[in-house]
Design a protein around this ligand. Sequence first.
Ligand code: GLU
Length: 420
Amino acid sequence: MTIYHDEVFQMACDQFQVIADYLNIEKNDRDRLMYPKRSVAVTLPVHMDDGSTNTYQGYRVQHHLTLGPTKGGTRFAPTLSMGETAALAMWMSWKCALANLPYGGAKGGIACDPSKLSRRELEAVSRRYMQEMIPFVGPHTDIMGPDMGTNEQVMAWFMDTYSMYTGYTVNEIVTGKPVSIGGTEGRREATGRGVVYLIDRAMDILKMNPEKCTAIVQGFGNVGSVAALALAMKSGVKVTGISDATVALYNPDGIDIVAADRHVLKKGNLRAFTEADRVDPNEMLEMKCDILVPSAVDRVINEKNAEKLQCRILAEGANGPTTPEADLLLNKRFGEVFVIPDILCNAGGVIVSYFEWVQGLQSFLWTESEVTDKLFRILEHSFVQVIKRAKDHKVSHRTAAMAIGVERVMKAKHARGLFP
Ligand code: GLU
């Protein structure tokens, strides 16, 4: 048993072993590729508004240092553990390598519920986390970004805390910042836009007419809300189901996503949005639709529901939404369900984070349309490679995508030697 002992880490390892078998990777190389290079756990004492002091656990996992600095988001979630953080870091490695970004994967975060913290408490916990991480991160070592439970404001506090320590502004230490302090136009929308770019490509290949298609989107955060909006407003797809942590909503005639988005901006969640029927959140995933977009938490597509999915396209906006057991069942339905695997589907976020990092290092500025154009070009290249590999080798899209990523990391490790 290792410090990473956790169900999600086990899932990431199981997925990796499938790829390692397919690529015939030797045992020694497997362990080197799989286990994180470096992991940090910190305790964060914070003064609360009521005068008490709370302590929070924080983590950062740097999965490999072979291709450049590590890169990945920061998650604030009540159940976050070292093992889950390590799994998310491993997925970031394959995601960055598939997109050909010069990074190893990383992930970090704090076991806390940000919705229960006041703004002052959230600032205190965020700044304390970055303070503790200063010895381990840097623009050429490890660059943080946003993830579940964090946003542009949290990134701004990270950047400020790091910069106060160095004595000058280091905006390339963090991506996903507000545009006013070196953030990149279009970063916030990047993941959701990327998801929909790839859905459009899949509809194209499958000769589906978007105007006749319906979509169900699980999660209405930074990924799900932008994806739902783009599906409805740009692709012309009817979005019949949406959900967040508070409620799942369904309307066969289509939900007004602009109104839902406005509602969430005002109220913080979908709970009181009444323009659709409430449904069971798990059953929503099994309802009939053409496109299913899980964009919330991991392991929601599992052995219980994989055979029951009624979608034609499964577009994984979340990290790790599909378990290896579900993959086996979905592989049997290869011609029926077109999977756009997470490390391809949600790569838009980290790709635009890469642009933001380069902009910071070079003091460049790009317009939103330049950013989106470059983003779509990288996604297109990855998409074509994945589809071709899957077809040529008769493997699933996930196997093809992960294999391309793992091969790139392995090649670099072999070229460099044993250390990184
Ligand atoms: N959290 C995002 C992901 O899971 C990206 C983080 C980043 O931009 O570094 O891909």
